[in-house]
Design a protein around this ligand. Structure first.
Ligand code: GUN
Length: 315
Protein backbone atom coordinates (compact mmCIF):
# COMPACT_ATOMS: atom_id res chain seq x y z
CA UNK A 1 0.00 0.00 0.00
CA UNK A 2 1.22 3.49 -0.76
CA UNK A 3 1.44 6.14 1.94
CA UNK A 4 -0.90 9.11 2.35
CA UNK A 5 0.65 12.28 0.93
CA UNK A 6 0.65 15.24 3.34
CA UNK A 7 0.11 18.14 0.94
CA UNK A 8 2.04 21.19 2.17
CA UNK A 9 0.62 23.48 -0.51
CA UNK A 10 -2.97 22.77 0.59
CA UNK A 11 -2.09 23.33 4.28
CA UNK A 12 -0.29 26.57 3.37
CA UNK A 13 -3.41 27.77 1.52
CA UNK A 14 -5.56 27.01 4.57
CA UNK A 15 -3.19 29.02 6.81
CA UNK A 16 -3.16 31.91 4.32
CA UNK A 17 -6.97 32.05 4.45
CA UNK A 18 -6.85 32.33 8.24
CA UNK A 19 -4.07 34.92 8.06
CA UNK A 20 -6.05 37.04 5.63
CA UNK A 21 -8.79 37.41 8.26
CA UNK A 22 -6.22 38.44 10.88
CA UNK A 23 -4.55 40.87 8.48
CA UNK A 24 -7.93 42.42 7.66
CA UNK A 25 -8.68 42.88 11.39
CA UNK A 26 -5.32 44.59 11.89
CA UNK A 27 -5.90 46.68 8.77
CA UNK A 28 -9.22 47.90 10.19
CA UNK A 29 -7.21 49.26 13.13
CA UNK A 30 -4.78 50.99 10.77
CA UNK A 31 -2.00 48.41 11.19
CA UNK A 32 -0.30 46.84 8.17
CA UNK A 33 2.22 44.22 9.33
CA UNK A 34 5.61 44.64 7.67
CA UNK A 35 8.54 42.29 7.10
CA UNK A 36 12.10 43.41 6.37
CA UNK A 37 14.22 40.80 4.61
CA UNK A 38 17.97 41.38 4.51
CA UNK A 39 19.99 39.44 1.96
CA UNK A 40 23.72 40.10 1.95
CA UNK A 41 25.47 39.38 -1.37
CA UNK A 42 24.24 37.41 -4.37
CA UNK A 43 24.05 33.76 -3.32
CA UNK A 44 21.56 32.25 -5.82
CA UNK A 45 19.78 30.00 -3.29
CA UNK A 46 19.38 32.91 -0.84
CA UNK A 47 18.04 35.10 -3.65
CA UNK A 48 15.44 32.47 -4.50
CA UNK A 49 14.38 32.02 -0.86
CA UNK A 50 14.16 35.74 -0.09
CA UNK A 51 12.27 36.46 -3.31
CA UNK A 52 9.70 33.79 -2.33
CA UNK A 53 9.31 35.41 1.10
CA UNK A 54 8.78 38.86 -0.42
CA UNK A 55 6.28 37.39 -2.93
CA UNK A 56 4.32 35.82 -0.05
CA UNK A 57 4.12 39.24 1.68
CA UNK A 58 2.79 40.77 -1.52
CA UNK A 59 0.22 37.99 -1.96
CA UNK A 60 -1.10 38.55 1.58
CA UNK A 61 -0.92 42.35 1.47
CA UNK A 62 1.82 42.68 4.06
CA UNK A 63 4.35 45.47 3.69
CA UNK A 64 7.79 44.19 2.72
CA UNK A 65 11.19 45.83 2.69
CA UNK A 66 13.90 44.08 0.70
CA UNK A 67 17.39 45.17 1.74
CA UNK A 68 20.31 43.85 -0.32
CA UNK A 69 23.71 45.09 0.88
CA UNK A 70 26.77 43.85 -1.07
CA UNK A 71 28.77 40.70 -0.26
CA UNK A 72 31.60 42.92 1.08
CA UNK A 73 29.41 44.27 3.93
CA UNK A 74 31.12 44.26 7.35
CA UNK A 75 29.62 43.14 10.67
CA UNK A 76 29.46 46.79 11.79
CA UNK A 77 27.64 47.87 8.62
CA UNK A 78 25.11 45.05 8.93
CA UNK A 79 24.61 45.85 12.62
CA UNK A 80 23.76 49.43 11.61
CA UNK A 81 21.14 48.12 9.14
CA UNK A 82 19.59 45.82 11.77
CA UNK A 83 19.53 48.60 14.36
CA UNK A 84 17.75 50.93 11.98
CA UNK A 85 15.12 48.22 11.29
CA UNK A 86 14.79 47.60 15.04
CA UNK A 87 13.78 51.22 15.55
CA UNK A 88 11.25 51.50 12.71
CA UNK A 89 7.59 51.32 13.68
CA UNK A 90 6.48 50.02 10.26
CA UNK A 91 8.80 46.98 10.50
CA UNK A 92 7.29 44.19 12.60
CA UNK A 93 9.55 41.33 11.51
CA UNK A 94 13.24 41.26 10.60
CA UNK A 95 14.77 38.37 8.74
CA UNK A 96 18.48 38.18 7.97
CA UNK A 97 18.91 35.41 5.42
CA UNK A 98 21.53 32.82 6.38
CA UNK A 99 24.27 31.96 5.60
CA UNK A 100 26.09 35.29 5.80
CA UNK A 101 29.46 35.97 4.10
CA UNK A 102 32.43 34.68 6.10
CA UNK A 103 33.68 38.09 7.30
CA UNK A 104 30.40 38.72 9.14
CA UNK A 105 29.92 37.54 12.72
CA UNK A 106 26.53 35.81 12.31
CA UNK A 107 25.93 35.37 16.05
CA UNK A 108 26.40 39.11 16.65
CA UNK A 109 23.87 39.84 13.92
CA UNK A 110 21.27 37.35 15.16
CA UNK A 111 21.67 38.68 18.70
CA UNK A 112 21.14 42.26 17.46
CA UNK A 113 17.61 41.64 16.11
CA UNK A 114 15.27 42.63 18.93
CA UNK A 115 13.37 39.53 20.14
CA UNK A 116 9.97 41.15 19.45
CA UNK A 117 10.84 41.39 15.74
CA UNK A 118 12.74 38.07 15.49
CA UNK A 119 10.33 36.30 13.12
CA UNK A 120 12.91 33.55 12.49
CA UNK A 121 12.86 32.64 16.19
CA UNK A 122 16.67 32.50 16.23
CA UNK A 123 17.37 35.00 19.04
CA UNK A 124 18.51 33.32 22.30
CA UNK A 125 15.63 34.98 24.17
CA UNK A 126 13.08 33.33 21.85
CA UNK A 127 14.98 30.03 21.99
CA UNK A 128 14.84 30.30 25.80
CA UNK A 129 11.10 30.91 25.72
CA UNK A 130 10.69 27.81 23.58
CA UNK A 131 12.76 25.69 25.99
CA UNK A 132 10.64 26.96 28.89
CA UNK A 133 7.42 26.07 27.05
CA UNK A 134 6.18 29.65 26.64
CA UNK A 135 6.97 30.27 23.03
CA UNK A 136 6.48 33.64 21.40
CA UNK A 137 8.18 33.55 17.99
CA UNK A 138 9.21 30.02 16.99
CA UNK A 139 11.55 28.99 14.16
CA UNK A 140 9.44 28.69 11.02
CA UNK A 141 10.32 25.25 9.65
CA UNK A 142 9.73 23.27 12.87
CA UNK A 143 6.57 25.30 13.56
CA UNK A 144 5.41 24.41 10.04
CA UNK A 145 6.03 20.72 10.66
CA UNK A 146 3.75 20.92 13.72
CA UNK A 147 1.05 22.51 11.56
CA UNK A 148 1.32 19.67 9.05
CA UNK A 149 1.02 17.04 11.80
CA UNK A 150 -1.88 18.76 13.59
CA UNK A 151 -3.88 19.66 10.50
CA UNK A 152 -3.42 16.13 9.12
CA UNK A 153 -4.71 14.63 12.40
CA UNK A 154 -1.50 12.69 13.02
CA UNK A 155 -1.57 11.76 16.74
CA UNK A 156 1.39 13.39 18.56
CA UNK A 157 0.57 12.87 22.24
CA UNK A 158 2.26 9.68 23.44
CA UNK A 159 3.81 9.05 20.03
CA UNK A 160 7.45 8.05 19.67
CA UNK A 161 9.00 10.87 17.64
CA UNK A 162 12.52 10.60 16.25
CA UNK A 163 14.16 13.80 15.01
CA UNK A 164 17.19 13.14 12.81
CA UNK A 165 19.42 16.20 12.87
CA UNK A 166 20.29 18.59 15.72
CA UNK A 167 20.62 21.99 14.05
CA UNK A 168 19.67 25.17 15.88
CA UNK A 169 17.30 26.06 13.03
CA UNK A 170 15.36 22.79 12.76
CA UNK A 171 16.38 19.73 14.83
CA UNK A 172 16.58 21.27 18.31
CA UNK A 173 13.43 23.45 18.13
CA UNK A 174 11.58 20.58 16.42
CA UNK A 175 12.37 18.24 19.30
CA UNK A 176 11.16 20.83 21.82
CA UNK A 177 7.88 21.46 19.98
CA UNK A 178 7.19 17.72 19.78
CA UNK A 179 8.05 17.36 23.47
CA UNK A 180 5.64 20.18 24.41
CA UNK A 181 2.99 18.33 22.39
CA UNK A 182 3.63 15.31 24.67
CA UNK A 183 5.53 13.09 22.24
CA UNK A 184 8.35 10.89 23.51
CA UNK A 185 11.24 12.46 21.65
CA UNK A 186 14.61 11.10 20.56
CA UNK A 187 17.15 13.33 18.80
CA UNK A 188 19.62 11.52 16.53
CA UNK A 189 22.70 12.87 14.76
CA UNK A 190 25.79 11.82 12.84
CA UNK A 191 27.35 10.11 15.89
CA UNK A 192 24.22 8.16 16.88
CA UNK A 193 24.65 4.38 16.92
CA UNK A 194 22.24 2.23 14.94
CA UNK A 195 20.28 5.09 13.41
CA UNK A 196 17.96 2.77 11.43
CA UNK A 197 17.18 0.80 14.60
CA UNK A 198 16.28 3.95 16.57
CA UNK A 199 14.25 5.38 13.69
CA UNK A 200 12.32 2.10 13.30
CA UNK A 201 10.82 2.64 16.77
CA UNK A 202 9.30 5.94 15.65
CA UNK A 203 5.65 6.68 15.00
CA UNK A 204 6.83 10.04 13.63
CA UNK A 205 10.19 10.63 11.93
CA UNK A 206 11.36 14.17 11.16
CA UNK A 207 14.38 14.05 8.84
CA UNK A 208 16.44 17.26 8.92
CA UNK A 209 19.96 16.20 8.04
CA UNK A 210 20.63 17.73 4.63
CA UNK A 211 21.80 14.43 3.08
CA UNK A 212 19.88 13.33 0.01
CA UNK A 213 17.76 10.17 0.42
CA UNK A 214 19.56 9.14 3.61
CA UNK A 215 16.40 7.85 5.31
CA UNK A 216 15.81 4.59 3.46
CA UNK A 217 12.84 2.19 3.86
CA UNK A 218 14.73 0.14 6.49
CA UNK A 219 14.53 3.21 8.83
CA UNK A 220 10.75 3.20 8.80
CA UNK A 221 8.25 1.20 10.83
CA UNK A 222 5.32 0.21 8.60
CA UNK A 223 2.62 2.88 8.90
CA UNK A 224 4.87 5.57 10.45
CA UNK A 225 4.56 9.25 9.51
CA UNK A 226 7.69 10.54 7.78
CA UNK A 227 8.33 14.29 7.55
CA UNK A 228 11.08 15.34 5.14
CA UNK A 229 12.73 18.71 5.82
CA UNK A 230 15.60 18.19 3.34
CA UNK A 231 15.87 20.08 0.05
CA UNK A 232 18.95 19.07 -1.91
CA UNK A 233 19.53 19.88 -5.56
CA UNK A 234 21.04 16.82 -7.29
CA UNK A 235 23.28 17.61 -10.27
CA UNK A 236 25.00 14.23 -10.55
CA UNK A 237 23.37 11.78 -13.01
CA UNK A 238 24.52 8.64 -11.18
CA UNK A 239 23.09 9.94 -7.91
CA UNK A 240 19.80 10.87 -9.58
CA UNK A 241 19.59 7.36 -11.09
CA UNK A 242 20.35 5.76 -7.73
CA UNK A 243 17.73 7.76 -5.82
CA UNK A 244 14.96 7.86 -8.41
CA UNK A 245 15.45 4.41 -10.04
CA UNK A 246 11.73 3.64 -9.57
CA UNK A 247 10.52 7.16 -10.44
CA UNK A 248 10.74 7.67 -14.22
CA UNK A 249 9.06 11.11 -14.08
CA UNK A 250 11.81 12.43 -11.82
CA UNK A 251 14.54 10.93 -14.01
CA UNK A 252 12.96 12.50 -17.05
CA UNK A 253 12.87 15.86 -15.26
CA UNK A 254 16.56 15.44 -14.42
CA UNK A 255 17.43 14.72 -18.06
CA UNK A 256 15.50 17.79 -19.20
CA UNK A 257 16.74 20.25 -16.56
CA UNK A 258 20.12 18.77 -15.57
CA UNK A 259 19.07 18.78 -11.92
CA UNK A 260 16.36 17.40 -9.65
CA UNK A 261 15.29 18.20 -6.09
CA UNK A 262 15.61 15.44 -3.48
CA UNK A 263 14.76 15.30 0.20
CA UNK A 264 16.50 13.62 3.13
CA UNK A 265 14.05 10.75 2.73
CA UNK A 266 14.48 8.14 0.01
CA UNK A 267 11.39 8.22 -2.24
CA UNK A 268 10.89 4.45 -1.88
CA UNK A 269 9.89 5.11 1.75
CA UNK A 270 6.35 5.65 0.37
CA UNK A 271 6.08 1.86 0.15
CA UNK A 272 6.48 1.52 3.96
CA UNK A 273 5.28 4.78 5.56
CA UNK A 274 1.67 5.51 6.51
CA UNK A 275 1.97 9.21 5.60
CA UNK A 276 4.75 11.38 4.25
CA UNK A 277 5.57 14.88 3.04
CA UNK A 278 6.77 15.07 -0.58
CA UNK A 279 9.74 17.17 -1.77
CA UNK A 280 8.86 19.62 -3.21
CA UNK A 281 5.40 20.50 -1.89
CA UNK A 282 5.67 19.23 1.68
CA UNK A 283 7.44 21.18 4.42
CA UNK A 284 8.79 23.94 2.14
CA UNK A 285 5.53 25.89 1.68
CA UNK A 286 4.94 25.79 5.44
CA UNK A 287 8.26 27.49 6.23
CA UNK A 288 7.12 30.59 4.36
CA UNK A 289 3.57 30.34 5.72
CA UNK A 290 4.91 30.34 9.28
CA UNK A 291 7.13 33.32 8.50
CA UNK A 292 4.01 35.19 7.42
CA UNK A 293 2.19 33.96 10.54
CA UNK A 294 5.10 35.11 12.75
CA UNK A 295 5.12 38.53 11.10
CA UNK A 296 1.40 38.99 11.76
CA UNK A 297 1.88 37.71 15.30
CA UNK A 298 4.81 40.08 15.89
CA UNK A 299 2.68 42.99 14.67
CA UNK A 300 -0.12 41.99 17.02
CA UNK A 301 2.24 41.53 19.97
CA UNK A 302 4.09 44.82 19.46
CA UNK A 303 1.31 47.05 18.15
CA UNK A 304 -1.67 44.98 19.28
CA UNK A 305 -2.82 47.37 22.01
CA UNK A 306 -3.91 49.51 19.06
CA UNK A 307 -5.95 46.68 17.48
CA UNK A 308 -8.70 44.30 18.59
CA UNK A 309 -7.49 40.73 19.28
CA UNK A 310 -7.96 38.41 16.30
CA UNK A 311 -8.21 34.66 16.65
CA UNK A 312 -4.88 32.90 16.33
CA UNK A 313 -4.04 29.42 17.45
CA UNK A 314 -0.82 28.72 15.57
CA UNK A 315 2.44 28.04 17.51
N1 GUN B 1 18.61 29.96 5.77
C1 GUN B 1 18.09 28.71 5.68
N2 GUN B 1 16.92 28.65 6.35
C2 GUN B 1 16.71 29.88 6.86
C3 GUN B 1 15.64 30.44 7.64
O1 GUN B 1 14.67 29.78 8.00
N3 GUN B 1 15.79 31.75 7.94
C4 GUN B 1 16.86 32.49 7.56
N4 GUN B 1 16.90 33.76 7.95
N5 GUN B 1 17.85 32.00 6.85
C5 GUN B 1 17.77 30.70 6.50
Amino acid sequence: MSARILNGNAIRDQIYLELQAEIAALGAAGIRPGLAAVRVGDDPASKLYVNSKIAACEKLGLASFHITPPASTTTEELLAIVNELNSRDDVDGILVQMPLPKQIDSKKILDAVIPAKDVDGFHPVNVGHLVAGRPALVACTPAGVMEILRRSNIPIEGANAVVIGRSDIVGKPQALLLLHANATVTICHSKSKDLPGIARRADIIVAAIGKAAMVTPDFVKPGATVIDVGQIVIHDAAEAERIFAKFPDKLQAFRTKGSVLAGDVHPEVVEVAGAYTPVPGGVGPLTIAMLMSNTVKAARMRRGARAPAAAASRN
